[in-house]
Design a protein around this ligand. Structure first.
Ligand SMILES: *Cc1c(COP(=O)(O)O)cnc(C)c1O
Length: 429
């Protein structure tokens, strides 16, 4: 019997009247996969339940933050305790100072940190700081990396190895994107050309710790090392966007995974424990350029919000010894191994790092955006719909990655692996 979706349908229809697309963020509308967006009502551990009472094993993790699963009791307790004391004061608070102490203690490359309210804001502020610090304007980003919805990073490629971007969204003036150079991932010659052409004007190169917003495009360590070396040689700052990877693929994120020290790094998602958050940090001599100590302006009414900080502090306390992340990572490895065994003769790859995985309908797996075969999106839509019917929630786009949380259990995952394998096989037919 098909799932009941009456209540979800009704809320979607109401929302469409009063909210563009019925959503506050576009992919939630299910346009990439079709079907009825499920309106979630509650979550507990590895599961969430929609308004019609259907329960799903969740691999979406609210796009990444929920490494501890839904409604982790310690995080909820931290949030409610702080909420009773006060929601916001517009002053520095002790939870905020403690979260900053946690971050700087866990991450040797972060000497000072500033909190903001979203990952977008973190990247935007880090780039302003990099420009202020270096006195240069150009920034470089990679095709297939997402850094939030700031104007000058919403660019798509022209032709050639390292080119100025064109706006990829209406409403972004071309003038704004003339300061952004775009290059493909996984391409040493494009990197070298970037530095040959632009080194003296380049303030920063911004890259995702491990690109995970356009599929999971795992980069070669030697490539990341070359990027670090070239930045060092030319006085260009390396901004590592760890909004997904920070505190997710290991306590120390992609920086330690690749053993490269970024000049500035951006955080979000996991560091807020499910509350709206962003943070950026790095070497003190750079961070001290921020206002009020330095000339680079940056501010926020609800930045460092105490409820968010309490959630983040409780989350990092649970993650700091590494065992929880290790547990999620090893369950993910087992899950992915089962899937790979079951799907080994088919044109399907499962890419994974830490507790992140991505199923893509092609072999070998791509390492750069323009190597992703768009035909796979149809297979993914079929897979997505059949998994929903079977009570498994995958993100509603072929280009979004899946997450395992520490609240998943091995038996849930081994059962899910059977179901996912069967549905993936069927999706090819
Ligand atoms: C999610 C994400 C962002 C944007 O964060 P928001 O909180 O959605 O603004 C930026 N960079 C990366 C790598 C992300 O995954």
């Amino acid at each position: 019997m098909p799932q009941p979706t009456d209540k979800s349908r009704k809320i979607v229809a109401r929302a469409q009247h009063v909210m563009p697309g019925g959503v506050s963020s576009p992919v939630r509308a299910f346009k990439a996969v079709g079907g009825i967006p499920r309106i979630m009502a509650s979550g507990n551990g590895a599961y969430m339940t929609d308004v019609d009472g259907n329960r799903y094993l969740d691999f979406g993790a609210s796009w990444g933050p929920l490494l501890l699963g839904h409604s982790d009791p310690d995080v909820v307790n931290a949030v409610t305790t702080q909420a009773q004391r006060g929601l916001t004061f517009g002053t520095t608070t002790e939870p905020e100072c403690e979260l900053a102490e946690h971050v700087t203690k866990l991450l040797p490359h972060i000497e000072k940190v500033r909190f903001v309210s979203s990952g977008t804001e973190a990247v935007m502020s880090a780039i302003r700081l990099a420009r202020g610090f270096t006195g240069r304007n150009l920034i470089a980003k990679f095709e297939g990396c997402y850094h939030g919805h700031l104007d000058y990073l919403l660019v798509s490629a022209g032709s050639g190895l390292a080119t100025f971007g064109n706006p990829s969204s209406a409403g972004v003036p071309e003038a704004v994107t003339t300061q952004t150079v775009l290059l493909p991932l996984d391409d040493e010659s494009a990197l070298k050309q970037l530095f040959d052409d632009h080194a003296h004007d380049l303030a920063a190169v911004c890259i995702e710790g491990i690109p995970a917003n356009n599929g999971l495009l795992i980069q070669r360590p030697e490539y990341m090392k070359l990027l670090r070396e070239l930045c060092d040689q030319h006085g260009v700052l390396l901004i590592l966007d760890e909004v997904i990877t920070g505190f997710r693929i290991g306590v120390t994120g992609a920086a330690c995974h690749y053993d490269i020290i970024p000049d500035l790094a951006c955080y979000g998602k996991v560091i807020g424990g499910g509350m709206p958050v962003g943070a950026f940090g790095g070497k003190a001599k750079i961070m001290d350029q921020l206002s009020p100590d330095g000339p680079v302006y940056q501010a926020g009414t609800l930045s460092g919000n105490p409820v968010t900080m309490a959630a983040g502090r409780a989350t990092l306390q649970k993650l700091s010894d590494g065992t929880t992340i290790e547990r999620a990572n090893s369950m993910t490895a087992d899950f992915v191994n089962t899937l790979r065994t079951q799907l080994k003769d088919l044109p399907i790859s499962i890419v994974t790092v830490g507790s992140i995985f991505w199923i893509v309908f092609q072999t070998p797996p791509p390492r750069r955006a323009d190597h992703i075969d768009s035909k796979g999106t149809e297979h993914y839509a079929t897979l997505h719909a059949s998994l929903l019917e079977k009570g498994i929630y995958f993100p509603p786009s072929a280009y979004e990655v899946c997450f395992v949380s520490a609240a998943h259990e091995p038996d849930m995952l081994s059962q899910a692996a059977e179901t996912v394998a069967e549905c993936a096989r069927n999706a090819l037919e």
